[in-house]
Design a protein around this ligand. Structure first.
Ligand code: 13P
Length: 241
């Protein structure tokens, strides 16, 4: 499977010119650009190879002020949605039950869900595997394994590494990603899926993650909104195609 690179702009970009500049640099095969919602329509016409991703999705199709549903996203040409990002788990108190509903809503609506899991800094080394296993079990309750093989992507994002300039060592990431893959195959019988790494990925370290065949790509925040850094990331990423 080709490596996937996902650019999560978070709420850092709001000017159209800035967005278009970043989108042009990010426009690669097997890449996903996740801008704030209000920029979808501006970016869509200029990207030729990339896909659009949402940073969130509502838990169902019911009416709810301020939310955006899987069907709406699909109609806007969006193919992916990030679910369970630690910033939402932390600041908006999104819990496993809600995240599970969002994953199911994505599958139902035909969106690929990029499910974020990962431990916080305070956790003991020995507890990390169990914590992630529980996140997967709770977030993926009731999923259909055939749909999951089509629509599920997992991103391992240790909370302490996000926006910190302090990434998780690639060998450790490899160990955890192998564990996630074993868990998804044994507990959910999912055959075909990607697991990405996210947390302070930049042009200096991206190759150290992508060189492992088990690490199927990266989810990038801060470095994806810095045009100079983004260009360097793209150059490094091109070597792994
Ligand atoms: P940074 O790349 O800024 O650490 O953010 C990672 C992230 O949260 C991507 O979803």
């Amino acid at each position: 499977m080709a490596k996937l690179i996902v650019f999560n702009w978070k709420n850092k970009i709001y000017k159209t010119e800035e967005a278009l500049k970043l989108a042009r640099i990010s426009d690669l095969k097997n890449s996903v650009i996740c801008p704030p919602f209000f920029l979808f329509n501006q970016i869509k016409p200029i990207i030729k190879k990339s896909e659009l991703g949402s940073q969130n999705v509502f838990l169902s199709e019911q009416i709810c002020t301020g939310e955006i549903t899987a069907n709406t996203l699909k109609n806007l040409g969006v193919k992916y949605a990030i679910i369970g990002h630690s910033e939402r788990r932390c600041f908006l108190k999104e819990d496993d039950k809600l995240i599970n509903k969002k994953v199911l809503a994505c599958f139902k609506g035909g969106l690929k869900s990029i499910l974020c899991v990962g431990e916080s800094k305070k956790m003991k080394e020995s507890a990390i595997f169990n914590f992630i296993k529980n996140q997967l079990i709770n977030n993926l309750k009731g999923i259909n394994s055939d749909l999951a093989s089509k629509f599920l992507i997992v991103a391992y994002e240790p909370v302490w590494a996000i926006g910190a300039g302090n990434y998780c060592k690639p060998k450790k990431v490899l160990e955890i990603i192998k564990f996630i893959k074993r868990t998804l195959s044994s507990k959910f019988h999912i055959l075909n899926f990607r697991v990405l790494y996210g947390g302070s990925v930049d042009s200096q370290n991206i190759a150290d993650f992508l060189k492992y065949k088990e690490i199927d790509g990266t989810l990038i925040g801060g470095a994806s909104v810095n045009p100079q850094e983004l260009k360097k990331i793209v150059q490094k990423y091109e070597n792994f195609k």
